[in-house]
Design a protein around this ligand. Sequence first.
Ligand code: TXA
Ligand code: MG
Length: 358
Amino acid sequence: METSIYKMGNCAADDAAVSKAANVIKSGGLVAFPTETVYGLGADACNPEAAKKIYEAKGRPSDNPLIVHIAEFKDLAYIAKEVPKKASLLAKAFWPGPLTMIIHKNNNVPYETTGGLDTVAVRMPDHFVARRLIQMSGRLIAAPSANASGRPSPTLAEHVAEDLGGKIPIILDGGEVGIGLESTIVDLTEEIPLILRPGYITKAMLERIIGEVKTDPGILAAGDGARPKAPGMKYRHYAPRASLTVVNGNKEAVIRKINELTDKMRAKGKKVGVIGTDETAKAYRGDMVLSLGAREDEDVIARRLYRILREFDEGEADVIYSESFETPGIGQAIMNRLLKAAGHQVLDVAEYGGSKIV
Ligand code: TXA
Ligand code: MG
């Protein structure tokens, strides 16, 4: 299949391309489109055959449910068994935006879309192309991130083409996304709402609107046996091809440790990648040293993370060492994705003493 890529220019002229894409959605096909978080791979959420195609194109396990993207608040009532009060409050505060809510579904949503679950994930994306596509197709759009299963989520249309070129008819190219990490997922079917995936909307932001919120223990610690509730969070997602280790501790100790490991690996003929920051990148001896940006600019770090993981793939790094990032804001989401990419391989060098890096 030939994949057409249409560049979006932020204006009405895009309607011709979006209209073609909308026709593909209407006829049960797949379209990749930009959102504010990452690119999505969309299909008609209420057409079981269309939803199946998504799993096929991504190579995604079919028990991993999809997020239904809507363009207007009233669309929620079309798929919800009932709209919880907290959902209305959160929608008012954060939609359109990077927040996905889990609610009980009704019969309009097929089990093919929800991976067999009686609940459905819903969000209203904050991107004009995404919303226009939903409106012009007259459908709700089920969309996971538009990467091949197991690869980092796409933050550029080029990433989508790399993974899905030849497998889907249309990619709408909106340039680089704004946020770069997937939406926060909050489960409203629990008595106390539960964060299943951290993102740009933090626990504190949610609590300001709806009171107490908990975080799924399954996504927090490495290897403590707790199983994440969101089926997708159990897979080794967001993974580069090289083996990745996060090195945690004070700045000097981390640099020393990463350089020591780098020398060892290079002596074995391995190509070593290092993920640093503008403050530290010059101190590393890896074959590929990439900076995520200034340490205090978390928004930039979040936006660049997946792109950089893909660059290591292209550069054919064998092993990657990364500094760690954890702050109360989006730093939590950054660290969550980094740990998943690393398969939770963390090296703690805090015992070297000195000031902690995080
Ligand atoms: O930012 C985003 O959310 C992006 C853009 C494209 O909107 N989408 C995205 O979709 O990240 P995906 O499929 O890569 O991740 C969806 C996550 C998976 O971990 C899945 O298991 C979880 O949401 N999920 C979906 N429906 C669920 C449900 N009913 N109960 C629990 N988890 C659910
Ligand atoms: Mg994904």
